[in-house]
Each structure stands twice: as C-alpha cells, then as structure tokens.
Design a binder for this molecule. Structure first.
Ligand code: PHE
Length: 372
C-alpha cells in the first residue's frame, strides 16, 4: 500500500474497506504500519537533503498531528467506528500502531539526523552575497579626548592620576581648603547643597586634601573629574562641567616650578609658540595666587574676537598651596611647600576644537560628536 493509498483508506471505515473479522483487522493495521515504516526509511535515506529537517517535520505532522494526522484519522474511522464485536481486536491493533508510529519519529537516529539537517538548513538561509549590517563604531567624547591629552602630558612629567567623590562634604569642599563659613569667598562657588553638610563638589580642589591625607608628601598628582555649580546653562556655563586639578608637594617647591611646569604644559598642548602670563589673583587655599593666561591661540596674540582684542585668554587659577591647607592635609608646612592649579577641561576642549557653545558637549547629538 502506498502512502497516498493509506491516506485515502484512513478516511473510510473498516467495513467500507471490506474488513469484517479479526484477522482482517489485524492485517489492515499491519499494512498501515508497514506503509509508515517504508515512508520513514525512504525519508532517512534522503537525510543529507537540505530540506530534510522540513521533511521530518512534515512527516511527523502527517502521522501524528491532532485531528488530521494518519493516526488520528485511523482512530476515528477504523477504531471508533468499528462494530462492537471487532473493537477489542481493533483496539489492540490500534495501540500498537500508535506506539510504533511514535517510535518511528522519536528514535534518536532521526532526531540526530534532523539536528544535522537543521545546521544545513541554516546555511541554506545564510546568503553570503547580501550586504552586511553596518554597526557604527563609537569614539571618545571630545571632553574625554581633551582630558586624556592633558593627563598624558602630566603623566610624562611623573604625576599620578587621583580621583575623589563628586558628592562631597562641606569640610573637604570648603573648610579644609581654608574657606571659612562666613567668609564672602564661599559665595564665589555657586554651590549645590544636598544637605547642610554635603554638597556636589564645586571644584576638584577637595581631592587635594584627601590625597594629602592618603599619601602624605612628596606628592605629584592630577585630579580630573566632574564638578557642579548652581549656574544657568548658557554658551559658556553648564551646571556640570569638568576640571583638572594639579598638585605638587615636595621639599623646596617654588613658584618658579609652578611657572615652569605650566609654561611647559601650555606649549605641549597648544604648540611651542604659545606664551603664558601670570597675574596676581586670590584663592583662599593658595598664597600667593595667580591667574594664568595663554597668548591667544586663534590670533597668535594680535587681538581677535575670541580674545576680545586682548591677545590673551585666561585659562586657569593657580598658586602656592596655603600653609594652613598643607596642615589640614596633615603635611608639615615647615618641611614641605607645594603648588596647585585648576583648569576647566570643557573650556580647553572648546579652545582646541574651536567650539563656541559648551552646551554642545552635553546634548549627545551624534551629528556634533561624530566630528571628533
Ligand atoms: N579650585 C579653583 C576653582 O575652581 C581653581 C584653583 C585650583 C585655583 C587650584 C588655585 C589652585 O576656581
């Protein structure tokens, strides 16, 4: 009996098929089993065929599917519709047919072959001539690039990189830096308070104290990091921005070392032609304090829009570490002296890449960021 023949016969009752006794029932069911077995053998012989897994699925469906599968059809038409006196024989024959049908499909061999076929089928679906999916590569943010460049210069001078918390105590952010509570200079930093004793650090200077406590002297560190101030965002202000602090403490450190180091730094970063200018300033944690300007990198010092015709651009604050600050950090100011500076990384990046709006850094617009 062919498979097609079996399909056709499965739709008819046993009496329609001329089966009227037990022997006939047994023979009919045996024929059905044989047909299924032959179909399986011929299927397995084509197991290297690309469509083998699909054929296995189809075969399984053909035989075991609920409702329309051969086993289900045979149950309905050959078993359920059979006259009472043939029921026991039909029942036994049907049970063995069902078990064998399931075994045909669940033997390990056919499943393994099916697995093998599945990989083949995957390969069939993999069209190597299709264009690939482009996955765009990211790159470092311009502020990060600037930070790394500055770090590199100081690392080469023997400085180490240090960091500290952005949520800082009032003690480290102000008191230890010689900025007394009632002193008007505390207003210079538009502070964001978390509570009366905790702030978002307004500068990287508190890490000066933390590092002195941690390492003592001598100490050569730079401290890059985020800072926060209660500033309204505009083209040159952002409530979150980046600073790099520099700190050198050792025996016999002088203002000449500070000038030499910062002049070297400016030339490394902006080119040999750049000049530096130191003007007196005031910070509670340095004495004396200075404001550093570099000759305008856009006009070379001739005077232009960027430097407001002055030829100079102010780039950082600096000074000799105040003896009280050294003491607060546990360092003896009779034995050690030091210098410190603080600069805004964002401003440096704006200068270097000629960007006129600090907000661009924080808007995460790929069209802008892609350019770096
Ligand atoms: N912390 C100062 C500021 O944010 C900058 C500074 C650092 C000045 C170190 C002197 C020495 O304005």
């Amino acid at each position: 009996m062919t498979l097609e023949e079996l399909k056709r016969q499965a739709e008819l009752s046993l009496s329609d098929l001329g089966v009227h006794d037990e022997a006939g029932v047994t023979a009919k069911f045996a024929e059905a089993r044989e047909t299924m077995g032959r179909e399986r053998t011929s299927l397995v012989s084509r197991s290297t065929d690309l469509h083998f897994p699909r054929r296995v699925r189809e075969f399984r469906n053909l035989i075991l599917a609920r409702g329309h599968g051969l086993v289900a059809r045979i149950k309905e038409n050959w078993l359920d519709a059979t006259p009472k006196h043939l029921k026991p024989a039909a029942g036994r024959a049907f049970n063995s047919l069902r078990i064998i049908a399931e075994e045909l499909l669940e033997e390990e061999s056919i499943l393994n072959i099916a697995k093998l076929g599945k990989t083949l089928e995957l390969e069939e679906r993999l069209d190597l001539t299709l264009p690939g999916n482009r996955r765009p590569l990211g790159s470092l943010h311009p502020v990060t690039q600037m930070q790394r460049e500055i770090e590199e210069i100081f690392l080469n001078l023997g400085f180490r990189i240090e960091s500290g918390p952005e949520i800082e105590s009032v003690y480290y952010n102000f008191d230890a830096l010689n900025i007394p509570e009632s002193h008007p200079s505390r207003d210079d930093w538009d502070t964001l308070y978390i509570d009366s004793r905790t702030v978002l650090r307004t500068h990287t200077s508190p890490v000066q104290i933390r590092a002195m406590e941690k390492y003592g002297a001598p100490l050569y560190i730079i401290i890059p990091g985020k800072c926060y101030r209660h500033d309204n965002p505009d083209a040159s202000h952002s409530p979150m921005f980046h600073q790099i602090e520099g700190l050198a403490i050792d025996c016999d450190i002088t203002f000449a070392d500070l000038k030499g180091t910062l002049d070297f730094f400016a030339k490394k970063l902006f080119g040999e032609k750049v000049r530096t200018r130191f003007q007196p300033s005031f910070f509670p944690f340095t004495e004396p304090s200075g404001e550093v300007a570099i000759s305008c990198i856009f006009c070379g010092g001739e005077g232009c829009r960027v430097c407001k015709e002055s030829g100079w651009i102010e780039v950082m604050g600096c000074g000799m570490v105040h003896p009280q600050v050294l003491r607060n950090g546990g360092i003896d100011p009779e034995k050690y002296t030091g210098w410190a500076f603080g600069l805004g990384i964002d401003r440096f990046a704006m200068m270097k890449y000629d960007i006129n709006d600090i907000q661009l850094f924080f808007q995460s617009d790929v069209r802008f960021l892609q350019q770096f």
